[in-house]
Design a protein around this ligand. Structure first.
Ligand code: HEM
Length: 138
């Protein structure tokens, strides 16, 4: 991950956190549209609560981007729990697509091409670590 990407993503996070409740609703709506199969995984979930957890954890992981020694084990444990929820490797792409779309909706013009590229880089790296841990755990 490039240093500039980390900086851009960390700088943008307070703006993401400020719109977290709306962002979470947009996010799940979009996720279920692009990946209808994922809806089944959340059948018994309170999506407001789940959205809060997702945003809080995303913020926590984003805060650790400069500390891979803390970030990697946290992402690995999260990924292992996701194997138990029935999440597939391909669904990390669906979540990435829904997340980028949500950021675009939520941040509007503030979601510049540079910021988008930075989020793509950060999410891809995170998803790679999580998919590798999920593969080992499965
Ligand atoms: C960076 C990626 C992700 C982050 C930060 C994240 C975050 C979280 C968090 C914090 C929880 C709460 C439970 C826990 O901590 O174990 C959770 C649960 C869950 N996540 Fe994720 N997640 C990610 C990727 C995904 C993907 C790719 C899917 C697939 C659609 C998914 C589906 C679920 C489901 C089904 C639950 C359980 C819901 C429930 O118990 O009601 N997540 N996620």
């Amino acid at each position: 991950m490039r240093r500039e990407s980390i900086e851009l993503v960390q700088e943008s996070f307070p703006r993401v956190a400020a719109i977290a409740p709306q962002a979470a609703a947009l996010f799940y709506g979009r996720l279920f549209e692009i990946d209808p199969g994922s809806r089944r995984l959340f059948q018994r979930s309170d999506l407001d609560l789940q959205g809060q957890k997702l945003m809080a954890t995303l913020g926590y992981l984003v805060g650790m981007l400069y500390r891979p020694e803390s970030l990697v084990p946290a992402a690995q444990h999260l990924a292992q729990r996701h194997v138990g929820y029935g999440v597939t490797l391909a669904q990390y792409d669906s979540v990435g697509t829904a997340l980028l779309w949500t950021l675009e909706q939520g941040l509007g013009e503030g979601f510049t091409p540079e910021l988008r590229a930075a989020w793509v880089e950060v999410y891809s790296t995170l998803a790679e670590v999580m998919r590798a841990a999920a593969t080992e755990a499965a």
